[in-house]
Write a protein that binds this ligand. Sequence first.
Ligand SMILES: [Zn+2]
Length: 345
Amino acid sequence: MKAVRIHQFGGPEVLTYEDVPDPQPRKDEVLVRVRACSLNHLDVWVRKGLPGVKLPHILGSDVAGEIVDVGEYVAAFQTGAFKTGQRVLLAPMHFCGHCAKCLAGLQNECREFTVLGNAVDGGNCELIAVPAANVVPIPDSLDFNQAASVPLVFVTAWHMLVTRAAIRPGQTVLVLGASSGVGIAAIQIAKLFQCRVITTAGDETKLEKARALGADFGINHYQQKISDEVRKITSKAGVDIVVEHVGAATWDESVKSLKSSGTLVTCGATTGPEVKIDLRHLFARQLSLLGSYMGTMADLHEVLGHVFAGRLKPVLDRTFPLKDLRAAHEYLEKSRMFGKVVVNP
Ligand SMILES: [Zn+2]
């Protein structure tokens, strides 16, 4: 098959479109023909070099496609639930499936947990073999590009807001980075809970698109000070929840934007991982600072239910052919997009 692999870590130039052997699925796996694979910032981190990545390596976490073949054990136990030609998306997680954490439904705490395309080969290729548990049929209402735009960012935002921060109707939520995949998902999930949403972006066009998704207030983070604007919007109260993934560049403003006993939940550090925290603010204002990593299979199935029913919508920015993955990475790193960048084999 054709795939884009990296043989060394580095810039977009290390992405190489080439022939590789077809994957040989195990008896408990399903073989899927990749029709669309969306990019995430994780692709850039892996390309630049992360521990645990074995070379050569295939990137790509978010896959939608069609079933080509179903392993003998899958066919035996699923009693025909999976058929050749069925349209599916793939859960972007890799886990052992039999440890105490996995059996408790806490797959993202499994010692073997990793993201598809991180420590295991991903979907920037024509064929991929994954365990049956990762395969989710999709409705006709979603095309492959839309379906590939869903899994990683929606499961991440759901786990952050619902499972970790325990969002409640009527709260005020600050979502950093409206144009990012996690931002787009978090805005919509917070609105699903009838919350008031404040979001940030770098230009008016992006803020307008965020308002179209339901955001009630937009802050231009290049021209306005986030915490000052939050104080104005909330009549000095601050917000109940901050959805963070930007990191060093926004951390101080995010913490300042919280109300007393507010919760900051973070899943990333795009602008850098080192931040300061004033312990006096943490204890006197009784703040909660929560980490969040991807999500569980239960989170994924729950959020997909809302996506499949049309209550949450994937946002596609543009597509590239798989052979032009370098250009797609360059485009992603310029941060010009609003929504997901998808490659098609
Ligand atoms: Zn496990």
